[in-house]
Ligand binder design. Structure first.
Ligand code: PRX
Length: 617
């Protein structure tokens, strides 16, 4: 619509250089190598080709301006316009969102025209409440169409959304809203999951200077109007909090237009999308996957995105397969932890359904183990569908590594860097050496800008032939069921219990969750036989209240002391090795209380299993 001649010229030059179509670029080694080499050599032409999928109010003349360190500097557009309005004009009746609820048959279908109305109404409410460009708006909602529409409504008026996962506690919600200076919070009273009513209203802090907008009891304005706020490359789309090494989660800020370019290009190429694809990503909008690949990328490309607010095992362990059959899903993207949990159930739950509509499968969030990969490949994909094991992070906005989309994949190997992204492994750590449009802009609340030189991912990786295999985090981050949680966050919560003097949390492997939290706890007084269950419950409750129900330690070892250096630093490496039964790799000379080591080794042999202990009175 607004495409200028200059971009067409650039595109022609690029096509002559590259000579590829997005459907085949990620299928075969030779084509991949060729396109990759050229994308690094001609980054401007490469990104400008994908910038053409965006409808611009003003077309950018350059993809990356080195001098200004800016992407799409002179371009003007709007994310909501690209995800909703242009499709509401071209394909108004096509389903944009299909929602499935907690019970069989609970279903809503929202066309692009209806989604536009929903977005306009929410945007108009925000406008009426005085929300302006760059205001931060919290979203605390289950996976319903209104939640996606709320994100899009913010983007429409240039507000910055801050989604807080509905499973996070009041404390976690409050921390995120205050540190990001949120002006308003969009929410609903409650929702049903796994057959239970879950209240969100009880978690809304009453002592905050935030305008609470409950979408289940507002009256929507008729013929709502909310003008599009056209944005340039400096404008932002969202903040999403995630865990790092410190005790407090960090807010990752993403800009609007460069993020949109990266997420939509990776989606198009890596999944090899077709216009009639029905796409089902199981990630909640509380996580980055729910932003990039449940909401923005599929809607941008005008596909139908299927969302599900129930539990995969309620009423039975067949909900994903039932939805795939019913909606004729062609691309299914989920997490290894979900696959492992469904793998445990009888195959009859899968065999009942016709899954022949599937073309491509995806996996994200943690390394996928061989057995889960094989089960997914054989039983869900019927040995016909490649599994896109995509590695990326909240900070990278979109997919960085994925295997080629063919049937020669090696289980558990994420594979190749996306075009235009230069990865390397330095001292065992995966790093990104060049600029790419998906990288976050700044970290909230300090507004610390992304480093200009090298992006260190914090993940350990190795080469296997020419492919990259991810081994896991190198820092103090635990990945529990694909949920990223900092050990320091656990410790802060555990240390709030009166009887606790100090604690150290480390990750240990878990068959179902990938990893789980193991806590060494030092008490202020000797543990008495009768109060063990009480203290364990207090510890578990404190993590639940301060973080959320996903963040419970599974194992606790009560110990008399923790190994420390002369300066009082806890020697975590040693604690990790002991809990995992590994050969010690820490420098023991630095431990001043080395007599504690044997006691620790003995105590980890029979730790307390919290779920059992919490069942006791
Ligand atoms: O350790 C990696 C793991 O998840 C971390 C990022 O977590 P988060 O920011 O919450 O984003 C998750 C969804 C993109 C990474 O540092 N991770 C993610 N995907 C994979 C993975 N580990 C191995 N293989 C993957 N495919």
């Amino acid at each position: 619509m607004f495409v200028s001649d200059s971009i067409l010229l650039q595109r022609d030059k690029f096509l002559i250089l590259m000579n590829f179509e997005h459907e085949i670029a990620w299928e075969n080694d030779q084509v991949y190598e060729e396109v990759y080499r050229k994308s690094i050599e001609f980054p401007n032409e490469f990104w400008m080709q994908y910038a053409q999928d965006i409808t611009w109010k003003r077309v950018p003349t350059l993809a990356y301006d080195k001098k200004k360190n800016e992407w799409l500097s002179d371009g003007i557009s709007n994310v909501c316009y690209n995800c909703v309005d242009r499709h509401a004009i071209e394909t108004p009746r096509k389903p944009a969102i299909i929602w499935h609820g907690d019970e069989y048959g609970e279903r809503r279908e929202i066309s692009y025209a209806e989604l536009q109305q929903m977005v306009l109404q929410i945007a108009a409410i925000l406008k009426n409440r005085g929300i302006k460009k760059n205001d931060v708006i919290g979203i605390y909602m289950p996976m319903i169409p209104e939640a996606l529409a709320s994100m899009l409504a913010c983007s429409r008026i240039g507000a910055i959304h801050l989604v807080v996962f509905a499973g996070f506690s009041q404390e976690a919600l409050k921390y995120r809203l205050t540190t990001s200076n949120a002006r308003a919070l969009l929410t609903v009273t409650s929702f049903r999951r796994g057959g239970k009513e879950i209240s969100l209203a009880k978690n809304i802090p009453s002592d905050l200077d935030v305008d609470i907008i409950n979408l289940d009891n507002v009256s929507f304005p008729k013929n709502a109007k909310a003008e599009i706020e056209w944005q340039n490359s400096d404008d932002d789309l969202f903040i999403l909090y995630t865990s790092g090494s410190s005790g407090k989660p960090k807010g990752v800020l993403h800009s609007a237009l460069p993020y949109m370019l990266y997420v939509t290009a990776t989606f198009k190429v890596i999944f090899g999308i077709k216009s009639d694809d029905v796409y089902f990503c199981t990630s909640d909008i509380g996580w980055i996957t729910g932003h990039s690949y449940t909401t923005y990328a599929p809607l941008f490309h005008g596909l139908t995105t299927v969302i599900f607010s129930g539990s995969p095992t309620y009423p039975q362990a067949d909900r994903y397969w039932e939805i795939i059959e019913k909606e004729r899903v062609s691309i299914f993207y989920t997490a290894p932890t979900a696959i492992r949990s469904l793998q445990m159930f009888n195959k009859k739950f899968v065999k009942k359904y016709d899954l022949s509509s599937l073309r491509v499968l995806g996996s994200v969030g943690e390394p996928i183990n061989k057995s889960a990969w094989k089960w997914y490949f054989e039983n869900i994909g019927n040995k016909r569908c490649p599994i896109m094991d995509t590695w990326w992070q909240t900070e990278t906005g979109g997919i960085i590594l994925a295997p080629l989309r063919n049937l020669n994949q090696k289980p558990g190997i994420a594979g190749k860097p996306f075009f235009g992204v230069e990865t390397d492994i330095i001292n065992g750590e995966l790093v990104i050496k060049n600029k790419f449009p998906g990288l976050y802009k700044a970290i909230i609340p300090e507004f610390k800008k992304a480093d200009n030189v090298l992006y260190k991912t914090g993940d350990e990786a190795v080469y296997e032939d020419s492919d990259i295999k991810i081994k896991g985090r190198m820092d103090d981050v635990i990945n529990i069921s694909g949920h990223r949680l900092g050990t320091a966050e656990f410790e802060c919560a555990i240390n709030k219990v009166d009887e606790v003097k100090e604690s150290a949390v480390v990750a240990i492997p878990d068959e179902l969750k990938g990893q789980t939290a193991f806590a060494y706890v030092v008490l202020t007084r000797p543990l008495e036989k009768n109060d063990c269950a009480d203290i364990v419950k207090k510890i578990v409750n404190s993590t639940r209240n301060n973080i959320g129900s996903i963040a419970k330690p599974d194992y606790i070892a009560f110990v008399p002391d923790l190994p420390k250096t002369r300066s009082g630093k806890i020697v975590r490496k040693l604690l990790r090795d002991i809990a995992n039964g590994n050969e010690n790799s820490a420098d023991l000379n630095s431990v001043i209380n080395s007599e504690i080591i044997e006691i620790l080794k003995a105590s980890v042999k029979s730790p307390i299993f919290c779920p059992d202990m919490c069942k006791l009175k």
